[in-house]
Design a protein. Sequence first.
Length: 292
Amino acid sequence: LVTGVLAASDGATVGFPSESLVQSKALLLRSIRDRDETQRIFPDIRFSCSGSVTKWILVLEAGDDSIEYPQLQIWREEEGSGSYQRVGYTDINYPSSSITDTYTVVEYSLTTPLAFQEGDILGAHQPHKDDSDVVMQFQDRGLLVSYRYDGEDNPLETFVVDGAETDQTDYPLVGVETSPAGCSRGFLSLENMNDLLLSASDVFSFKQHPQEQRILSGISFTCSGSVTKWIIGAQVRSSTSAVLYPDLQVWRCSVVEDKDDIDCDRVGNSTISGAVQVEGHPNVYQYTPDPP
């Protein structure tokens, strides 16, 4: 999950993903399905004005049965008490037969818009996968706090934070369209959701094996210039005692005469130490090599 920004010429690369695609793919590093029979609320995913939801955008996987469906919800706190009331919900009655890939980005339009007030927050309930036609997907290692009750066969109508499990890992792959527009905070963008459709079979990224050197002949430069910025999909290890860092490299290759082989020399190197996280995009980092 790497793209490069080059000086001197636009369109000077072949095979590098776009920055928006790196952002959207990085959201799914270690993606997970939701726990079965789980009721959640997300205080950091909220509405910033009064209006209505006209469309939900979410990532779904086919379930095992069509008895029940996941539910996206709107919750309202009772005057700072830590107790929330469910004030609106949508049953995601989407048939698993329409899931065309293992993971499908679904735009779920509402016939009747779902009203919300400023300060209302997102909630979600996932039935057991054996009873659910579709299963919602989450990002592991998210950046927000959420609360959950496990073993809830039916959606809750009242949620008391005191006594709930606290999560700082599971970020729902959910976007929203509202009327008026711009009333949501913390939801994923439609642009990132749609980027996921470009390669549904490659939703799960893999880690580079430790102490492994690679060259990628299908990713190349089409003119002479210099890299001024790398954009990387990555996860930060919890340890702060690291003494080694990954390298991004430029290699120059030529065909070896009379052999079915190529000869490559490394001509440039960036040690990725001190990369800066891209604001609003978990697992996406920028690194500016000095010199280019």
